[in-house]
Ligand binder design. Structure first.
Ligand code: AMP
Ligand code: ZN
Length: 460
């Protein structure tokens, strides 16, 4: 069975052939750490975690390297630091913001059942690599210095007579159209409207490093060059898979390709470009002004992380996803069912019916449908397949216990009411037994009578 992946660059699903099967390499753009991550940010984390797990399944755990960066130098971070810690020197305030946000991000994604990537490089620890790439770009006449900035010129890239890719190829935009459509208020130091920043001067008090390309004033990198530098350092000049959300195709990924390919005279940066679709909430774009902006942290107060994970994977990664309460409730019921059936079962081999759709460009909705098909048959296959997808990290008892805890239901009180109700039924006092059932329902507890007695669960 072979893996096929949809590649944004070639706009087709292609068989995945790693450059080196002993070292399969994937880079995914990580968070800019200035605020709690929202549930949209969880989508690439979960999607590429499934791909990471699948690659490890196919090539062996020791043969897959997954790099997801942490962007800890950015204007948004500086603004947040100045706002939240006005009394502190800016650099200290920035450290506080990035440390707190980074920790919170880890706590969130751990709870979602995402494995930690092999490497999580921080931008501030790779300034040397960024400078080196910038020096190479200036030396190759792909970039120039102007007013203490270094700018990349897409026009110079497309004018170069070589095997370089064409600027605009990834996002299917033509440079001529970009020039024609450029805004009028272009920064005066740019030669062309489409030029983008590789390096810029820092204002006094802002984080700064010695500048490249003979610039005397200290400065800091632009966002795009950060990823080119970190990918180069940890995965090399050319690697297998590069991922992120669909919003990153342009300009971020287009610019990463331009920087890396021009700096290293490469035809390609990554062989497969993968992009997840966007998440919206109750059919609306998520935004602070609409009041439907929801963080992973807030959702985790109400739902186990695996419920959020399943809810995300019910939609194919390429499609937009509509995040609704109704769907979350359904996902919670499904997981309850899987936990009861499979959490304490010795896992066998993942079922072919689950692995096959995953091999077809990560078709998780089909894989989930196949999981439903296993519930009355191969339970050890169900257990193994669920684990492959990052579920069942807890025992059935812990799952049940946590659910009760989260719902604030006192299990002892529930048991007491149930035995009172059993007694009422035994003496045929159905009025009292109905009253007790209603009381339990009001507490959020659903009961089920069978010949073996009464069982209960938290109604969702
Ligand atoms: P950011 O911190 O905005 O750079 O986003 C981090 C990652 O989350 C990127 O891969 C984005 O493409 C992705 N992302 C941001 N918002 C959404 C959304 N609403 N739906 C899906 N992915 C998103
Ligand atoms: Zn990036």
């Amino acid at each position: 069975m072979e893996l096929r992946l949809y590649d944004t660059l070639s706009r087709e699903k292609r068989t995945f052939v790693p450059l080196d099967p002993n070292n399969v390499r994937m880079y995914v753009c990580g968070p800019t750490v200035y605020d709690f991550a929202h549930i949209g940010n969880a989508r690439p984390v979960i999607v590429f975690d499934v791909l990471f797990r699948l690659l490890r399944h196919l090539y062996g755990e020791a043969h897959v390297k997954y790099v997801r960066n942490i962007t800890d130098v950015d204007d948004k971070i500086n603004d947040r630091a100045a706002r939240d810690f006005p009394g502190l020197p800016l650099n200290e305030a920035i450290r506080k913001v990035t440390e707190q946000t980074g920790k919170q991000f880890h706590a969130d994604v751990d709870a979602l059942g995402a494995l930690r990537p092999s490497v999580e490089p921080r931008a501030t620890e790779h300034i040397g690599e960024m400078r080196e790439i910038i020096e190479r770009l200036v030396a190759g006449d792909f970039a120039y210095v102007a007013e203490d900035h270094v700018l990349f010129s897409p026009q110079a890239m497309n004018a170069a007579n070589s095997t370089l890719p064409r600027y605009g190829a990834l996002s299917k935009r033509s440079l001529d159209e970009m020039i024609a459509g450029a805004r009028v208020d272009v920064a005066p130091y740019k030669r062309d409207a489409t030029d983008f920043v590789l390096w810029k001067p820092s204002k006094p008090g802002e984080p700064s490093w010695p500048s490249p390309a003979g610039i005397a004033a200290p400065g800091r990198p632009g966002w795009h060059v950060e990823c080119s530098a970190m990918a180069w350092k940890h995965l090399g000049e050319h690697f297998d898979i590069h991922g992120g959300g669909i919003d990153l195709v342009f300009p971020h990924h287009e610019n990463e390709v331009a920087q890396t390919c021009c700096a290293f005279h490469r035809e390609r940066m990554a062989n497969y470009w993968m992009h997840n679709g966007f998440l919206q909430v109750e059919s609306e774009k998520m935004s602070k002004s609409l009041g439907n902006f929801v963080t992973i942290h807030e959702l985790l107060a109400d739902w186990p992380g695996e419920v959020l994970r399943l809810n995300m994977l019910k939609t194919h990664y390429h499609s937009p996803i509509d995040w609704t309460m109704k769907s979350l409730e359904e996902s919670a019921r499904t997981l309850d069912d899987w936990y009861r059936l499979a959490a304490d079962v010795e896992p066998g081999k993942p079922a072919a019916s689950v692995v096959e759709p995953l091999l077809d460009d990560l078709n998780t909705p089909l894989a989930i449908a196949a999981l439903h098909g296993l519930r009355n048959g191969d339970v050890s296959g169900l257990a193994a397949s669920l684990r492959l997808l990052g579920f069942l990290s807890e025992s059935a008892a812990r799952w049940e216990g946590r659910k009760q805890q989260a719902s604030g239901v006192d299990a002892k009180e529930v048991e007491r009411l149930i035995s009172e109700r059993t007694a009422a039924r035994a003496r045929k006092d159905f009025k009292e037994s109905d009253r007790l059932r209603d009381e339990l329902a009001a507490m959020g507890v659903a009961i089920k009578d069978s010949k073996d007695g009464t069982t209960w669960e938290i109604a969702r």
